[in-house]
Design a protein around this ligand. Structure first.
Ligand SMILES: [Ca+2]
Length: 182
């Protein structure tokens, strides 16, 4: 087979793979409801939108993958990333008993101004800068299947604000383990 043939075969295989990602409208609705329920249960002061693996096709997360998973907190009016207490930020399965304290923390130290700057870009093109955080997939405690995954945290306490507002955002992700769907 020539190179073009291999390419065509690869594209067919990719298309077949992606087609398994599609779900019926009912499934999608129940998944969105699950994410919405998870968010409601967290009772955050501020609701944020998140984008797991921004700019990639599908929301598949392999919890045994090496490296990191990027999660964007989408910018919105009134949300100042510099005011986030980064030691409080967690990402993972909101239904896991380890959530939130013992699930994934951002792998980078974002307490410095310069460090934070490197993680801010507009991932969805809406002109609001977004914050891109990176987590170790295995630390999310997510099990295989379609799962709500949530980012939680609080803003920094200040002399004026002793009890700073909390924030949370959830999305449904398709979680796989070791590359196999269970
Ligand atoms: Ca944006």
């Amino acid at each position: 087979m020539n190179r073009l043939g291999f390419l065509a075969l690869g594209l067919v295989a990719l298309a077949a793979c992606e087609s398994t990602l599609t779900t019926s409208p009912d499934d999608l609705q129940s998944e969105q409801a699950a994410a919405s329920d998870a968010l409601t249960a967290l009772e955050p002061d501020v609701v944020v939108d998140i984008d797991v693996r921004p700019n990639s096709i599908g929301l598949t997360l392999n919890v045994r993958a090496r490296g990191v998973v990027a999660v964007a907190i989408l910018g919105q009016e009134g949300l100042v990333f510099e005011d986030i207490d980064f030691t409080s930020v967690r990402f993972g399965d909101p239904n896991d008993e380890l959530f939130p304290d013992q699930v994934a923390q951002p792998i980078h130290d974002l307490t410095g101004e310069d460090a934070l700057e490197d993680h801010i870009r507009d991932v969805d093109g809406d002109q609001f800068p977004d914050l891109v955080l990176h987590f170790v997939p295995a630390a999310t405690q997510l099990d295989a299947g379609y799962r709500p995954a949530c980012v939680v945290g609080t803003m920094k306490a200040t002399p004026d604000v002793a009890d700073p507002p909390s924030f949370a955002g959830c999305a449904v992700v398709r979680v796989i383990v070791a590359g196999r769907i269970r």
